[in-house]
Write a protein that binds this ligand. Structure first.
Ligand SMILES: [Zn+2]
Length: 158
């Protein structure tokens, strides 16, 4: 079947940055629900629409089609005293943004008594190179459509 709205698509992929460094992102195959559910990167949805099992593609995704542009309003500086001991550069903390949504902050820098946090996705602002293979395509179940994500192997687990 061809990939269309409400298809569950299982992909394997290799991702690298523009310098060719392999990224952790996408190391495991994953299944996503196709059709604007924000389960996967916008550039992947665009490239796979209408394709079938076995399709392979090499994609170069601009930040807008990948993890988005960097948002400098997501930078925070916070006193070191308000952190648990052992805060390290590159470590991640969960917090909430202004709208109360959960957000992961990465420790960017520790400068004296101040910790600089970055709430952007670590890949925000980056162009990605992807080599994608469609391993499987099937119609989504009613439950999957209701939940807005794929279940089963490589999908969402409850
Ligand atoms: Zn679910």
């Amino acid at each position: 079947m061809k990939i269309c709205k409400d298809s569950v698509v299982t992909l394997s992929f290799r991702a690298s940055d523009t310098q060719g460094n392999l990224l952790e992102y996408g190391k495991e195959p994953r299944a996503y629900l196709h059709g604007g559910y924000h389960n996967t990167l916008p550039g992947i949805e665009k490239a796979l629409e209408g394709q079938e099992k076995g399709y392979q593609a090499r994609l170069v995704l601009a930040p807008e089609d990948a993890f988005g542009l960097r948002d400098e309003s997501l930078l925070r500086s916070i006193p070191k005293s308000s952190f648990p001991p052992g805060v390290k550069v590159g470590g991640q903390l969960e917090g909430r943004d202004e709208n109360g949504r959960e957000q992961v902050f990465t420790v960017q820098k520790i400068k004296g008594d101040t910790v600089l946090l970055d709430g952007n996705h670590p890949l925000a602002g980056q162009t990605l190179r992807l080599a994608v293979t469609v391993i499987d395509v099937r119609p989504a179940s009613a439950d999957e459509i209701r939940h807005g994500h794929a279940h089963g192997a490589h999908g969402h687990r409850h």
